[in-house]
Design a protein around this ligand. Structure first.
Ligand code: GLN
Length: 390
């Protein structure tokens, strides 16, 4: 069934603003946090990123679905976004890898979307008023009065204070083998991990044991080769508010105390921040897209990077703090708004970034960070020297 045959749909924001359009994907109703992504490409990776759990994603790129949906680019086993908002969906997808249209895939996975929306107006609204709850309603719901639908939206759970990692994490540990000879073993806590992340490590000779977010310290410490301690610990990206991740923060403090080399991405960066005693806060509307400029303050180099975060670590560019694990510095900042994009411990082998060096989707400028992790484990970089390979 084409979108036109599916009938009308309405998007209703928590503050009462409504946009009418056509149903796209599954027919029904959905609620979540409205966020926008500025990526021009990479929608399949976005849709399947578990960090988007409970979020309704608005695409600022006007044409979405041009390359259809393939069987290779997914970052997890399913689409995680709670809803999808586009202006102009492709009527005829075209790519040699495409297996079906994006609209058909959204429908097959039960994801409610809306098309024909003035996504520029919607994005400007979110930018001015901040991220807020939203609902998409199609089928018989589309005909209901907006005020009634707004009440439904208002009952959706808020993002602040919500611990979501356990809802998206793996139930059972699994191993991603090293490509070629195994040089290191890493325990990766799955807080919503994207499949490209263990892949990038495996390419560097790392065997990755992916553990559930509820893993105990004991499990982490016996997940290395032959049941021994791993050479490094990694914390992944993931949905929810880092302030609510009590178990994971405590686990990380134990890792830092033992001086096991640590690397964190996105949620992992926020959790390193909290483990060190930094605060975290909710950004007005967040950073999402694959075209965000970040400066590595140790080299002054600018990288174009992929982002997906609604929270951030509270700190200033270049700031060095005394923490229970020695000195820690703010190592990277976003050049759009000075938001903290990376942390590095100077006396403990640990660092993290708020953005996505795994680059799925996104530019590969930041892949050097996986090499820094290797250097930390190899002992070829002392924590305060590891800028040398940038
Ligand atoms: N992609 C992520 O890891 C996101 C982290 C956190 N949930 C945030 O929104 O900021």
């Amino acid at each position: 069934m084409s979108s036109a045959e599916q009938g009308g749909a309405v998007l209703v924001l928590e503050d009462g603003r409504a946009f009418r359009g056509e149903s796209y994907g599954a027919v029904g109703r959905t609620v979540g946090e409205a966020v926008f992504s500025t990526g021009m490409t990479g929608y399949q990776e976005t849709l399947t990123d578990p960090s988007y759990h409970r979020q309704v994603v608005v695409m600022t790129a006007p044409h979405v679905g041009n390359t259809g949906y393939n069987d290779e680019d997914q970052e997890s086993t399913r689409i995680w976004v709670a809803g999808y908002v586009v202006r102009d969906p492709a009527r005829i997808p075209s790519n040699w890898r495409s297996r079906r249209s994006l609209g058909d895939e959204l429908a097959a996975q039960g994801v409610v979307g809306i098309s024909g929306v003035d996504t520029r107006a919607l994005t400007r609204h979110l930018r001015e008023r901040g991220a807020m709850r939203v609902g998409i309603f199609s089928g018989p719901d589309a005909a209901r009065p907006v005020e009634e639908l707004r009440r439904v939206v208002g009952e959706a759970p808020a993002m602040v204070g919500t611990d979501l990692a356990s809802l998206v994490s793996t139930d059972e540990p699994y191993t991603v083998p090293a490509v070629g000879e195994r040089r290191f073993s890493v325990a990766a806590l799955d807080l919503g991990i994207k499949s490209m992340t263990p892949q990038r490590m495996a390419e560097r000779g790392i065997e990755v044991t992916v553990l559930p977010s509820t893993a105990s310290l004991e499990q982490v410490l016996t997940s290395g080769a032959d049941g021994g301690a791993p050479d490094g610990v990694f914390f992944s990206n993931g949905p929810g508010d880092p302030a609510a991740a009590t178990h994971e923060i405590e686990l990380l403090q134990n890792v830092l105390e033992r001086r096991i080399p640590f690397f964190g991405i996105c949620y992992g960066n926020q959790l390193l921040g909290r483990a060190l005693g930094f605060g975290t806060y909710k950004l007005k509307y967040g950073h999402r897209g694959i075209n965000q400029p970040v400066m590595d303050l140790s080299t002054r180099k600018v990288e174009v990077t992929a982002h997906n975060h609604g929270f951030a670590v509270d700190g200033r560019a270049g700031e060095v703090r005394e923490t229970p694990y020695g000195r820690a510095e703010v190592s990277h900042v976003c050049l759009n708004d000075d938001v903290v994009e990376g942390l590095r411990c100077l006396d403990t082998p640990a660092f993290s970034v708020q953005y996505h060096p795994e680059a799925a989707a996104g530019p590969h400028d930041a892949s050097y960070l996986f090499d820094r992790f290797v250097d930390l484990m190899a002992g070829t970089a002392t924590p305060d020297e590891n800028e040398k390979d940038a």
